[in-house]
Design a binder for this molecule. Structure first.
Ligand code: EPS
Length: 387
């Protein structure tokens, strides 16, 4: 059983598409839950004018009937409400009149390398696809993965740890219930004081024509031990999670568990000692590994952190070169967000959910969701899993 997904779409084109293949039949989908995630991705202090235009919603085009999956590929469409304002510039078909080309690549964006690689003369042919608008399609796909995981007792959450120079206080051992109100924070931060300072920092830097990056954490609860595998590199769950999260636009680093902190500690303070009791079964008192050992889940909460660079579209542009004249020029100045770390955390949830859904499909197989549940029960029984 191969679980996979792909997306298509340009930022200002007619819309975005995601195709998810390999979910079992009979899985119940909740339309409101899917759209709730789409709206959560649009949240966050520091968003620009575009989010006032878009009202992202999932339109299912195939693979679902009367609220349940059919086992066939699921195609979803997310419309770009901004398209009518770009119809001439982004029309799939020739238009009357000249469409002005962009020749000033932004440092930090895909603009220059993409232009050279694909032989375009118009930077827009690259930037439209490189844009983080594409993450709306990932969140739509991730919503389907989350629905599947929920059937297996897994939930995926996220929160912002840092925006610009402001860091939230570190929290030990978070539980699913800690995330009930995270979307009420304007920056999706669990530390209200830091959240207020983050909002101030965003406002201050926006006035100075700056953009901001930051870090966020995604946590998945309820995993069974043994997802992924130690036996070959491409089956390692940690490697797949890292790829999934680093593939998000502007993400430059990923940490699994306390990766960077552990690197400087002695071994006796770096690992999670193993315990067993009749009541709990296998358990750990600490979770420094972030739920991953030897490329497999160990049943503890799965913790992935990501670092996002400041957005590369600046209202006070950096120095660049005109790709036609080769003369110095200011980089493209476009409408932009000041920061999208809160939104990126929601995209992180989607990518982690998609990676985990793939790992569960491989582990448990099954054509109908009932087959998958039965396989999970049988596996838990075999390994004596009590959670
Ligand atoms: C983006 C630039 C902005 C963002 C966009 C990503 O769009 P625009 O150029 O239309 O103002 O708003 O993000 C989204 C549209 C979205 O849905 O997240 C970029 O260049 O990456």
């Amino acid at each position: 059983m191969t679980f996979r997904f792909t997306t298509a779409g340009e930022s200002h084109g007619p819309g975005l598409v995601a195709i998810v293949e390999g979910l079992p039949a009979g899985l119940a989908l909740d339309r409101e839950a899917l759209d709730r995630d789409m709206a959560r991705r649009q949240l966050g202090h520091g968003r620009g004018g575009r989010m006032k235009i878009e009202r992202d919603a999932v339109e299912i085009r195939s693979g679902v009937r009367h609220g349940r999956t059919l086992g066939s590929p699921i195609a979803v469409l997310v419309a770009n409400r901004d398209y009518p304002n770009w119809e001439e510039r982004m029309n799939p078909w020739p238009v009357d009149g000249e469409v002005e080309e962009v020749h000033t690549p932004r440092p930090g964006h895909a603009d220059l390398a993409g232009l050279l690689k694909f032989g375009h003369t118009d930077v827009r042919n690259v930037l439209e696809r490189a844009s983080a608008r594409e993450t709306a399609a990932r969140v739509a796909a991730g919503g389907l993965a989350k629905a599947f995981l929920a059937e297996l007792g897994v939930t995926v959450h996220s929160h912002v740890l840092q925006i610009g120079s402001v860091r939230a206080a570190e929290r030990e051992r978070l539980e699913p219930t800690d995330f009930g109100e995270v979307d009420d924070s304007p920056v999706r931060c669990l530390d209200p004081e830091a959240g207020t300072l983050m909002v101030d920092e965003i406002d201050r830097l926006r006035k100075a024509n700056e953009t901001l990056g930051g870090t966020f954490e995604v946590i998945a609860f309820g995993l069974v031990a043994g997802l992924g595998s130690h036996v070959s590199w491409e089956e390692r769950l940690d490697a797949r999670l890292a790829q999934a999260v680093v593939s998000i636009q502007a993400i430059k680093g990923v940490a699994l568990g306390e990766a960077w902190e552990i690197a400087g500690r002695p071994g006796s303070e770096a690992h999670d000692e193993i315990f067993w009791s009749e009541a709990r079964g296998w358990a750990r008192e600490t979770n420094r590994a972030g739920g991953l050992e030897g490329g497999m889940s160990n049943g503890e909460a799965l913790i992935v952190r990501a670092a996002m660079k400041p957005l590369s579209t600046l209202t006070q542009p950096l120095r660049s070169v005109d790709t036609e004249t080769k003369q110095p020029a200011e980089a493209l100045r476009e409408r932009t967000d000041s920061t999208t770390v809160p939104a990126a955390a929601v995209v992180g949830e989607a990518m982690v959910a998609l990676a985990l859904a793939g790992a569960y499909r491989e582990k448990l197989g099954g054509d109908h969701i009932d087959d998958v549940r039965a396989a999970l029960t049988a596996y838990k029984e075999r390994i004596g899993w009590k959670r």
